[in-house]
Design a protein around this ligand. Structure first.
Ligand code: FAD
Length: 357
C-alpha cells in the first residue's frame, strides 16, 4: 500500500493512498483494488476528496459498510470510505425527537442507541448491516418498515460543485429499495448526514407475519416493547441470513419482482405453490427466493462463489478463494437471471450496486 498525503485548504491533511486492496471494505470480501483511497472523518475531508478528484479529473466512489455493493473489477479514480460520526438532537417535542446522525455511523448501533434513549421506530430495522448515510439510498426496509417512515432530511455535498445540498423527504423520491440516489442523483453526491424523526411513545408495527409468529412463539404478549421487537428481529435475522463475517455475502442479491395480478394468476395455475404477496397498488410481489429455489439453484457452488445452501436469495463468496471475484459472481447471477426468465417469464433485478465495471 503506497501513501500520498495532500494538503487541504483548512490546513489539515487528507491521507490519500495508492493501489489499496478493498477486500475488507465489502461484505462479499471480493478482492479488487482502488487506484486512490481515503477515509472521510468529517465534512471537510469529504470536500477535500471532491476537490482532489476534480483537480485530477478522477471519478469519486463512496463506500460505507460495503454491504450493498459488488465490486466487479478494479476501481479507477478515488474511492472514499465514509467514516463521519456524530449524533445531534435537532428538535424535541412531547411526542417525538429529530436527530441528525453522521453518515458514517453504523446503522445497527444507531438503532440500539435510539432504543437506549427511548426513541422508537427503527426497531424492525435492527441488524441491517452498513452505515446511516447509505440507508436512504436504497430506502432500507425489513419486517414491515422502511426507512422513509422516519426520514426527515439528509445533507450531501455535490460532486460537481462541492456545494452542500439538503434533500427533504419529497426530494428523495423514495420507493421499494429505491430513491433518487439510485436514479437521477446517482453518483452525484456525498451524503454527510441523515436526520430522522423518532417517536417518544412506542408504536409497534407488527404487520409482518413472520415477526408476529416469532413474537408469539416467544410467549411475548400482544403489545411487545420496542426492545423485545428489536431482539426478536435480530434472532430471526441470525437464523435466516448468513453473517457476512463468516460467510461473505451482500444480503438479498435480487429484488422481489413486482408483476401484474393477471400474470401472477397465470403463474399460480402453472405453479400452485407460487409464493406471492398482493400489494396495495394491485400489483403482486413474488418471492425471488422461491423462484430461484424452484429452479434448482439453491446450494449451487462454483469456483469460489455460489448460492447459499439455505437461503436462495443470498449469493455468497469464499474468502480468499482465487476464483471469488466480482466477475465470477456476476456470471453466476446472470445465469440465474437467464434461467428464471426462461422458466417463469420473470426478469430478476440485481439489488446491490455494481462497481468497477
Ligand atoms: C447480511 C445482509 C443483510 C441485509 N439485509 C438488508 C435488509 O434487510 N434490508 C435492506 O434494505 N438491505 C439489507 N442489506 C443491504 C445493505 O445492508 C443496505 O443496503 C445498507 O444500507 C448498505 O449500507 P452500506 O453502508 O454498506 O453501503 P455500501 O454498500 O457501502 O454502499 C451502497 C451504495 O451507496 C453508496 N454510498 C454509500 N455511502 C454513501 C454516502 N455516504 N454518500 C453517497 N453514496 C454512498 C455507494 O457508493 C454504493 O453505491 C443487507 C446486506 C447484508 C450483507
Amino acid at each position: 500500500m503506497r501513501g500520498t498525503q495532500i494538503f487541504c485548504r483548512a490546513g489539515s491533511l487528507l491521507n490519500i493512498l495508492r493501489d489499496v486492496d478493498l477486500s475488507t471494505y465489502n461484505t462479499l470480501a471480493l478482492a479488487a483494488r482502488a487506484d486512490y483511497f481515503c477515509e472521510l472523518n468529517n465534512a471537510a475531508d469529504a470536500l477535500q476528496a471532491i476537490e482532489f478528484s476534480r483537480a485530477k479529473g478522477l471519478s469519486l466512489t463512496l463506500l460505507g459498510g460495503g454491504s450493498n455493493v459488488v465490486i466487479a473489477g478494479p476501481l479507477a479514480g478515488l474511492t472514499a470510505h465514509m467514516g463521519i460520526k456524530g449524533r445531534e438532537k435537532i428538535t424535541e417535542s412531547d411526542d417525538s425527537v429529530e436527530v441528525k446522525f453522521g453518515a458514517g455511523e453504523n446503522w445497527h448501533d444507531t438503532v440500539n442507541y435510539c432504543l437506549d434513549q427511548g426513541w422508537y421506530g427503527l426497531e424492525n430495522l435492527s441488524l441491517i448491516p452498513g452505515t446511516v448515510g447509505a440507508a436512504p439510498i436504497q430506502n432500507i426496509g425489513a419486517y414491515g418498515v422502511e426507512l422513509e417512515a422516519y426520514f426527515v432530511a439528509l445533507e450531501a455535498l455535490a460532486l460537481d460543485s462541492g456545494e452542500l445540498v439538503r434533500f427533504n423527504h419529497a426530494d428523495c423520491e423514495f420507493g421499494y429499495r429505491d430513491s433518487i440516489f439510485k436514479g437521477a442523483a446517482k453518483d452525484r453526491y456525498v451524503i454527510t448526514s441523515v436526520t430522522l424523526r423518532l417517536a417518544k411513545k412506542p408504536a409497534p408495527i407488527l404487520t409482518y407475519p413472520a415477526l408476529q409468529k416469532a413474537l408469539q412463539a416467544e410467549g411475548i404478549g400482544a403489545v411487545p416493547t420496542p426492545r423485545q421487537i428489536a431482539d426478536t428481529v435480530c434472532r430471526i435475522r441470525r437464523e435466516k441470513l448468513p453473517d457476512p463475517s463468516t460467510i461473505p455475502n451482500a444480503g438479498s442479491f435480487f429484488k422481489n419482482p413486482l408483476i401484474a395480478a393477471a400474470q401472477a394468476e397465470q403463474l399460480r395455475q402453472q405453479f400452485p405453490d407460487l409464493v406471492a404477496y398482493p400489494q396495495p397498488d394491485g400489483k403482486v410481489k413474488l418471492a425471488a427466493a422461491w423462484l430461484i429455489d424452484q429452479a434448482g439453484w439453491k446450494g449451487v457452488q462454483r469456483d469460489g462463489v455460489g448460492v447459499h445452501q439455505h437461503q436462495a436469495l443470498v449469493l455468497v463468496s469464499e474468502r480468499q478463494h482465487v476464483g471469488a471475484t466480482g466477475c465470477a459472481l456476476l456470471a453466476l447471477a446472470s445465469d440465474i437471471q437467464a434461467d428464471i426468465t426462461k422458466q417463469f417469464g420473470i426478469d430478476l433485478e440485481i439489488e446491490p450496486v455494481l462497481l468497477g465495471r
